[in-house]
Design a protein around this ligand. Structure first.
Ligand code: C5P
Length: 232
């Protein structure tokens, strides 16, 4: 099995409190982006990497974790989905529609190698593709006016979608193009395929694979990266 990696890193989010986008925040001696790329650097199944950065952003070129093996660089778009579409166009210049593409957020620095392996095995055997996800464990509340509880939402069957998400290049491109043509903005790749009536496979992943949003996430990620042997 072989796949192309797409890493959207064109966001401008600085809500962790730093003075640059979160993919360039320092974390256990490297940037968040370098940690996000690390599990793929040593994976021979990964035949090419496409990094999507904000137009004019050249900071990634100086990072040691972005060296070693060619990286195609494409400019990002307004929303994450536009950034991913730009990357898929670059992949289409080198790969056929049946090739697998993994999309992994630059803001997720703690992907376990075992989770990547499990996703690839399950996804490659599925007709649509697959995504890492975590089943919800907290009790869910729907808020009403003034943040008072309106209702408790049954959590059975509810999952949090993570990345990587893996789909075939042709199917994914068709789904994202159709969503945008219909004026709909999917927040992940799976949603675009779901809108096509397709049913991607949920693959249980570790909650360690968190997305950096605020400062607390950086502290938690640092704890995972410095204490867990299974991380890259
Ligand atoms: O903002 P959020 O955390 O949901 O972004 C998820 C990922 O998508 C991040 O790695 C971010 O850099 C990327 N992104 C992008 N292009 C955008 C917005 C976000 O590549 N226009």
């Amino acid at each position: 099995m072989r796949y192309w990696l797409v890493v959207p890193a064109a966001g401008s989010g600085q809500s962790y409190g730093g003075d640059q986008p979160k993919q360039y925040a320092q974390l256990a001696g490297r940037t968040v982006l370098e940690w996000a790329l690390a599990p793929f650097a040593a994976d021979s199944r990964c035949v090419g990497r496409v990094l999507v950065t904000a137009p004019g952003d050249e900071r990634w070129r100086a990072l040691p974790g972005c060296a070693g093996g060619a990286i195609l660089n494409v400019p990002g778009g307004i929303e994450r989905v536009h950034s991913v579409c730009n990357a898929l166009r670059a992949v289409a210049g080198c790969a056929g529609p049946q090739e697998w593409v993994l999309v992994h957020d630059a803001a997720r620095p703690c992907l376990l190698r075992a989770d990547l392996d499990r996703l690839l095995a399950a996804g490659a055997a599925h007709p649509v593709g697959a995504l890492l996800a975590v089943a919800l464990s907290d009790t869910l509340k729907r808020a009403g006016e003034g943040a008072e509880v309106d209702a408790t939402v049954a959590r059975g069957g509810l999952w949090r979608a993570l990345t990587p998400q893996m789909f075939r290049l042709g199917m994914l491109t068709t789904a994202l193009d159709a969503a945008l043509a219909a004026g709909r903005v999917p927040t992940d790749e799976s949603q675009a395929l779901e809108w096509q009536g397709l049913r991607p496979l949920l693959v249980p992943g570790s909650a360690a694979n968190l997305k950096i949003t605020g400062a607390a996430d950086l502290a938690l990620a640092e704890a995972y990266l410095t204490r867990c042997d299974a991380l890259p």
